[in-house]
Design a protein around this ligand. Sequence first.
Ligand code: NAD
Ligand code: ZN
Length: 374
Amino acid sequence: MSVPILDTGIKLVKNVGSFGFGAGSLNDLPGYVNSRRTRAVEARGEGKVVYIIDEFFADRPEIIARLGAQTSDRIEFVATREEPKTEAIDQRVADMIAAGFSKPAALVGLGGGITLDTTKAVANLLTNGGVAEQYQGWDLVKRPGVHKIGVPTISGTGAEATRTCVMTNTRIGLKLGMNSDHTVFDHLILDPELTATVPRNQYFYTGMDAYIHCVESTGGSYRNAVGDAYSRETINLCRQVFLADDMMSPESRTRLMVASYLGGCAIATSYVGVVHPFSAGLSVVLGLHHCVANCIVLRAMREFYPAACDEFLAMAERQRVTIPNGVCKGLSDTQFRALYDATVIHEKPLTNALGSNYRAILAYDKVESLFRKM
Ligand code: NAD
Ligand code: ZN
């Protein structure tokens, strides 16, 4: 991959408005939310809040009780069996409006990437109108969304920090977010105590998303000096976490929460590489979730990322995590064709990694043989 270093061309970067950090910082949520409530009451006489929460917490009354929700607020849960779909987002918005929550004082999203992305999309739709697919793309959201607060409960995707919310549009077979400054959270609560209950395999897969974003970004030819600095520290923290004896000790969970946030800031200024396009193929065609798909892909990408691939395998072994194998076994020619199409369509990251003639490097047979290794 000996391509020249080029500027990403990204000149204006919007960051999260503010954040609170540290074990126990969830306790600061009610105070912050109430300040938004008061403002809304002063401006328009009501200050209702909607809490959008990962379904895992439906059985955790001890967490729900700490949110400070009032009886006039709305609490709704997000199923995580499937990653967000545009139709489901539209339905959620319609239900919220029908229940009298068209202008909440704030939205609070508490959960993993699925829940955070759902919260971001809903916030934009409530103020901009229309349906989710209208805003899939770059800078199509015209007005600021409802004030939104993100509370991640699993670390790695960086969804808490980015300007996008990834959704699949099944009608046209497209996985794309609302890339907009208006999609960025206004406030975050980063409380590493919340990640203690994540299942180990899931913790590893999602955590690896931060590592993989930054390996791809620093391995590419379009670079940004700030992005590089964020990426280097993200990789550094991921090494400390995944090469430690216990990736889920309180110290490791704190480090990974920082890595996730910084990794999100890194991708706001730079591009990913070869792993994410192949991973998107696995998600669109086979329905695999983003983070486990990334791990499956990286294991097969030794020729593109030799050092990262070896390091990743060492991390998985050290943490005794298994990566699914043989996911493309027995697929039909039509399915391999669909995988190829869903991969090579990602021009920007593939050009970043391989140069503008990436389609010559990733010829059909080559792509199929890589998928067969997964
Ligand atoms: P997730 O939302 O997919 O959740 C994974 C699983 O972990 C779910 O079963 C969930 O219920 C569970 N879980 C979450 N927190 C838990 C906790 N504290 N204890 C126990 N279980 C818990 O998680 P993810 O991997 O963070 O998110 C993946 C999603 O993020 C995908 O939809 C992907 O497209 C998206 N994503 C978004 C961005 C972005 O910039 N917006 C970037 C990368 C990925
Ligand atoms: Zn990712």
